[in-house]
Design a protein around this ligand. Sequence first.
Ligand code: GLN
Length: 223
Amino acid sequence: EVVIGILALQGAFVEHQATIQNLSVKRKISVSLVRTVEDLELCDALIIPGGESTTIALLARLAGLLEPLRAFVKTKPVWGTCAGAILLSQVVEGTKKGGQEVLGGISITIARNGWGSQVESFEADLEVEGLRDSQTPFTGIFIRAPVVLTLTPSPADPPIQVIARLAPNLLPPSLPSLEDDDPKTIVALRQGLHFLTTFHPELTHDDRFHEYFVRECVLARAE
Ligand code: GLN
């Protein structure tokens, strides 16, 4: 049985736990909350929830989890949602040096609260590749969401695969207009073992991103 951990220091971890729990009924997976190094050692994969990335990093440091998490990211699949996506990015723009510790894992530059202070939150239908029932739009819930600024893989890194984009012609009026190929339209992507969404799939009654992570990132690897 494959154990999927949910980092449970702060933020929306209960919702992720419930969704993975439902998925576990039909698959050889189980879900486990992670608060200590011992909890982490039991996991084969990890979800880092949304919340406040600075708070999650601080609590991880206090729990002695920061270095174990960095080691985990090097060998096991990790999915970061929103604040979790910030922690999984290589570079976070707009924070003072030392102001935001990251785990790395995905070679992008990301901006915290990147839609600007006027845009606290919004919902948008996403264009998604590779999900079950891909004809049915997925409603992305964005809450003070980070924004992907640049993709920076080096030749030695695994390629970055874009999984979901905002449709520039369907953006809520509060957002700046975007060209089709602007990296800011990228809201879900994959690189190597890792997966990142800048929105909150655990707050929608739609488990397709969870199913995707379990199927493509976790079980495909365990087989
Ligand atoms: N703005 C938060 C941060 O910078 C992320 C928001 C979220 O996870 N919903 O960490």
